[in-house]
Design a binder for this molecule. Sequence first.
Ligand code: AQP
Length: 332
Amino acid sequence: KPRLYSGMQPSADSLQIGNYIGALLQWRDLQSSYDAYFSVVDLHALTVAQDPSVLREKTRRTAAQYIAAGIEPSLSTLYVQSHVRAHAELAWILSTITGFGEAGRMTQFKDKSSRYGQDGTSVGLFTYPVLMAADILLYQTDVVPVGDDQKQHVELTRTLAERFNSRFGETFTVPMPVIQKETARIYDLQNPTSKMSKSAESDAGVIWMLDDPAKSAKKIMRAVTDTEGSVRFDRENKPGVSNLLTIYAALTGQQVSSIENEYAGRGYGDFKKALAEVVVHEFEPVRARALELLDDPAELDRILAANAGKADAVADATLSDVYDRVGLLRRV
Ligand code: AQP
């Protein structure tokens, strides 16, 4: 089976519906056709300030939500990034073949660093894409399903793999990005031109996977729309309604056009109410399963440890090959 790698940061207590629709649902569908590696990328989360006492819990919660959303830990390798030491070690080696200017061109860094300012921006945030390259290359990954915001990082990963291979000999598989459809991008319900995000300043427009469903339903009823009154997809002129249509379509598997037909001539109230029901229906079992898993953290930790063991074996083989090729002396 071709190998697939993807991950998410444990940067909040709960994942949001954009993570679910844009990533988890696709991972769930892809996991049987690929040898899939899904990581909770806690080392990446450290690139912005985290409270140590809660980071651990967020990591567990993120892993529980992967499983609750249908990622099978017996089918896929579901593990915590920091459990596999090779990630940080390979990132160091790759950083030595990455140009400073090359890393400086990453648009996500430009966006995030402008948010945090010169002093609040860590060197780790700057080298984030190099760590991501290490994540992917360690497993000789063939495909990386990502949102279009991550496409540039996968391009850098390809460049680094090709550079390493040509300088030191064939070592890495050069991965292909699988970019999700634009329709899989979910926007903030209160600010429907910006992407819904775990770290949004206000959570009024964010639907959390682990929230009380009644609260999520209320947020949908209050979602920003427009004054036209017709349920019609038009991203440019009707971003709010279009976003709600995207969510509805993604969760029901219906075509946007058939939803438009169903709600033709009916108001936004009806449509929102139906969407709220769809969301509650989808997340009730996911939430219950995640909370059940979190009730037994020892069992969850055991699953994660077993999977880290599987990941270790593959990652160590790549790393020792890399160490040999760049000329590091073997410890005997
Ligand atoms: N709004 C979204 N619509 C569709 N897909 C989304 N993803 C995130 N937000 C949306 C996808 O979820 C995965 C999570 O990646 P991440 O945790 O590394 O961080 P991110 O992309 O930056 O997601 P967030 O929620 O906005 O997190 P923070 O606030 O921590 O930065 C990726 O596959 C992403 O495409």
